[in-house]
Design a protein around this ligand. Structure first.
Ligand code: MG
Length: 353
């Protein structure tokens, strides 16, 4: 197993950078750029890999299989109940590694800033990144900063790359999924999408709904430790919600997935908001939930493992995999009916992450 590269707690607190807002000069590569990086960004993210500020971070060799993922974050608004773009950038990247069976070991971040962005907002978001990464012992080892003219971007975009070491027992592939396998869900769904919708004040309803943004690495690692290759497939249910990843599972495994609609954990506020808006909670985005397919023999143990891991208390047995060349997702309702759960079509809520 790869060991953590983090050998220093990230910095934080006050920095020497006193410019009130970001200007084109901060992206020009000269003195202002140097001050932005050396006086604001590096002190907040400080670690031994980033600190030399070379053209590339030089990391020790890793044994075993590596996972690499990359992502962009353009969420609007930048801050929303339960989280913000900086935290989301770390957690979202970590989660793509985690559901690939990897323990995150390093991350890079490229910042695209709009001229005129108040420095305080940038400081808050880098601090949020440092906190989310520091919480996982994950160093931000490299980065880049660009500035575009006012009006040519929307405050702040963050592009990340994550590097992870695959768990030695992980064998995650859709072609290993077979009839009888059980489908697990890590917890209540729909919170992130509804929180963003409410934060944009596009809706005429008020509800206390917070994004579920959080790292999933502890849960996925516990699952792999306990069940090893008994875990066959995992995916985080982000854009398009659980419905989309279940459809991807059905398509990639060439099976039918049958879920129990009653089993889907939902917070009351999310359920109410979805009913009011005519939304299917299965299609609403999440930033802290994943779907796992496990062998029937280990399903009870897998569920217990999830429920005993902090954050997994409301994990549930969502359904099972059945033979079926149509690659459909079917939901059994309490009254005995069955409906087809479609993948999210179109983009009803752009820029959710
Ligand atoms: Mg993903």
């Amino acid at each position: 197993m790869a060991q953590s590269l983090m050998n220093k707690t990230p910095g934080g607190g006050s920095t020497a950078f006193h410019d009130k807002q970001i200007s084109m000069a901060h992206g020009a590569g000269g003195e202002a750029s140097r001050r932005l990086v050396e006086e604001l960004i590096r002190p907040l993210l400080a670690n031994d890999w980033l600190n030399p500020l070379g053209d590339a971070a030089v990391l020790p060799a890793q044994s075993g299989r590596l996972a690499v993922t990359t992502d962009s974050f353009v969420v609007q608004p930048l801050r929303f109940p339960g989280g913000s773009i900086g935290e989301l950038a770390i957690n979202g990247t970590v989660n793509d590694l985690a559901v690939s069976g990897a323990k995150p070991i390093a991350i890079t971040a490229s910042l695209i800033l709009e001229a005129g962005l108040p420095t305080e907002i940038l400081r808050q978001e880098i601090t949020a990144m440092a906190a989310a990464a520091g919480h996982l012992g994950l160093p931000v080892v490299a980065g880049d900063t660009k500035v575009v003219e006012h009006g040519k971007a929307d405050g702040l975009y963050i592009c990340t790359t994550g590097l992870g070491a695959i768990h030695p027992r992980a064998e995650l592939r859709a072609d290993r999924v077979c009839p009888g396998d059980r489908v697990l869900l890590s917890g209540p769904i729909g919170n992130h999408g509804m929180a963003i919708m409410l934060a944009r004040a596009e809706l005429d309803i008020e509800a206390d709904i917070r994004s579920d943004t959080r790292p999933l690495a502890a849960m996925t690692e516990a699952l792999l430790e306990t069940c090893g290759a008994g875990v066959k497939w995992m995916r985080d249910a982000t854009r398009g919600g659980a419905a989309t990843v279940l459809n991807e599972l059905a398509r990639d495994a060439r099976m039918t997935v049958v879920i129990d609609e009653e089993a889907v954990p939902l917070d009351d506020a999310v359920r109410g908001a979805c009913e009011l808006l005519g939304l299917d909670p299965l299609q609403v985005a999440n930033e802290g939930q994943f779907v796992a397919v496990v062998r029937e023999e280990v399903a009870a143990q897998a569920l217990e493992t999830l429920r005993n891991t902090p954050g997994g208390e409301r994990a549930c047995l969502l359904g099972e995999v059945r033979k079926g060349s149509l690659s459909r997702v079917l939901a059994r309702a309490s009254y005995g009916g069955v409906r087809v759960v479609d993948m999210l079509i179109g983009d009803p809520l752009p820029r959710i992450c």
